[in-house]
Write a protein that binds this ligand. Structure first.
Ligand code: B12
Ligand code: SF4
Length: 459
């Protein structure tokens, strides 16, 4: 342990806010657990309050979720750090007002939001520091010298090298003893250039590979300390960017006999082969989620994935042959998409018949190829507070981009139709009336009938 004796130990409260929606998070915020662990190593006292995790239905925490005001009055933090997702923009604003009425702790913001909206919150008097990028190399020093600032100090962070990426520390998170799903990154960054992705502004195009031995040792230690962990989630930007290395991880994970299952958030269809799937099954791998994007060949090609729809179909077949859970991730409204072309996506989803599926609404993040395309060819609304998914109770916000040939209303119809026809997403028991009304409004009675036939096959 690297104890810094030159500075007084600080009390640091790290927070991940959440919406009161039905989005379920089973894991504890990666960035906060890394940064918190680093601060602990530097002899500071740290707590993590991850409301996305604590509010999750699957978290099963028996006690009430701690309220921010109680935590602040009990823990009395010197520094409060908040992680900002763009879709939680409003919640962060509200939290900042609440905090300024409760404490004069120094407030720091960081997180993925600042990759796309670097100027946000600069005017907010409750904020003292804003970190842009990965904060590992600069946070400890900033905490140790923290002071109130108006306007906030903007800190542009250099990306850490793999050896500088610390271990995750979950012990300091409220509710950690109820954690069942432990997430880890074996690498950061991705060399590919999908048109909708802003990886060059987040993890970067260079893949920073951590030592496999260190990653496996970290998993083993986490499992020993927290027997409640039953699954390990790999959340790399592109875990199979180096296939050989990922296979090596699988071999070492199998040898480690942790007793945990393994899941991977996303894998490119062209970087999966038989040997990888065999090892994945031996490692108790559960699922493979493929970026299917669009079933229309022209729209798919324009994503720049460098593969064909047929590659996705072939890989999905192999995933099935290995008895694994198949996931698929579509995007509605990519450049070139239209109501008619969306039918190809629905057809592909029906052909693949995955076990789970996401119909994401397109978000033209600034700095991406599609962000530029929408500037020239369409309309862009505010991307803050927007969730790319429709929820099971038919709540959704308006699409944040559209074109004259694929309008906002047509996109909403496409969203509803896809979710009705390709999986059992909507909670009919709780929102049948709402579903009926919206299907009438968008002339989707036939799709609703299809949905109900699959939901109640016996009737
Ligand atoms: C794994 C993952 C998830 C996981 C786990 C997320 C988690 N809570 O840990 C799950 C599946 C739950 C998830 C959910 C969502 N995700 Co997600 N996810 C990712 C992914 C692939 C990796 C995240 C990660 O672990 N990164 C590595 C760690 C180290 O980075 P980090 O957590 O951002 O933290 C670093 C810095 O941001 C900074 N930092 C972060 N917080 C703070 C706070 C302070 C005070 C400071 C100083 C610094 C700091 O320092 C950290 C260390 O380097 C990223 C893509 C990416 N490359 O980041 C998308 C990404 C973060 N997700 C995204 C989105 C949109 C979502 C959802 C909103 C999905 C939706 N419904 O629409 C939800 C929100 C969940 C929530 N409320 O917590 C977007 C966010 C875009 C944005 N501008 O906000 C990203 C960037 C993907 C993308 N390119 O679109 N996600
Ligand atoms: S493979 Fe994934 S991380 Fe890489 S550019 Fe494409 S979407 Fe982004």
């Amino acid at each position: 342990m690297n104890i810094n004796l030159h500075h007084k130990s600080k009390k640091v409260l790290l927070i991940n806010p959440a919406k009161k929606d039905s989005f379920q998070v089973t894991r504890i915020h990666m960035g906060l657990t890394l940064l918190g662990g680093m601060l602990i190593d530097a002899n500071h006292d740290v707590r993590i309050l991850d409301y996305a995790f604590l509010n999750g239905k699957f978290t099963k925490i028996p006690a009430p979720v701690p309220e921010l005001k109680d935590v602040i009055s009990d823990f009395k933090p010197d520094v409060i750090g908040i992680s900002v997702f763009s879709y939680l923009y409003n919640e962060v604003g509200q939290m900042l007002s609440e905090i300024s009425g409760l404490t004069d702790a120094v407030v720091m913001l960081g997180g993925p939001h600042f990759a796309v909206f670097p100027d946000d919150f600069i005017q907010n008097p409750a904020v003292d520091y804003i970190f842009q990028g990965e904060a590992e190399l600069l946070l400890t020093k900033t905490v140790e010298t923290a002071e109130k600032n108006n306007p906030p100090v903007i800190i542009q962070c250099p990306r850490p090298e793999p050896g500088d990426i610390p271990r995750i520390c979950i012990d300091i998170a409220y509710g950690a003893s109820f954690l069942t799903d432990y997430q880890i990154q074996l690498s950061r960054g991705c060399p590919f250039s999908c048109s909708f992705c802003n990886i060059h502004m987040v993890g970067g195009r260079k893949v920073r590979k951590r030592l496999i031995e260190d990653c496996v040792a970290e998993i083993v230690e986490a499992k020993n300390l927290h027997p409640s962990i039953g699954n390990i989630s790999i959340t790399d930007d592109c875990p199979t960017a180096d296939k050989k290395r990922f296979k090596e991880f699988l071999k070492q994970f199998i040898k480690a006999k942790t007793g945990c299952t393994l899941s991977v958030d996303n894998m490119r269809a062209d970087l999966i082969d038989e040997e990888l799937l065999d090892l994945f099954v031996k490692a108790r791998g559960q699922n493979v989620c493929l970026g299917t994007e669009s079933g229309c060949p022209d729209v798919f090609k324009r994503v720049n994935k460098g593969l064909e729809i047929q590659d996705v179909i072939d890989t999905a077949g192999k995933v099935r042959e290995h008895g694994l859970i198949l996931g698929a991730c579509f995007v509605i409204g990519l450049p070139g998409d239209s109501s008619a072309r969306h039918e190809d996506s629905i057809a592909l989803a029906k052909e693949l018949s995955p076990d789970y599926l996401f119909w994401n609404m397109c978000v033209p993040w600034p700095g991406t190829e599609i962000g530029n395309w929408y500037k020239d060819n369409g309309h862009i609304a505010d991307m803050r507070n927007f969730s790319t998914l429709i929820d099971p109770y038919v709540n959704f916000s308006d699409p944040v981009c559209w074109t004259d040939s694929f309008t906002k209303e047509e996109r909403i119809r496409a969203w509803l139709k896809a979710n009705l026809e390709t999986h059992l997403w909507f909670n009919a028991e709780k929102c049948m009336g709402k579903l009926q009304n919206i299907c009438k409004k968008y002339s989707l009675e036939a799709s609703l009938a299809q949905f109900l036939r699959r939901l109640y096959p016996e009737k």
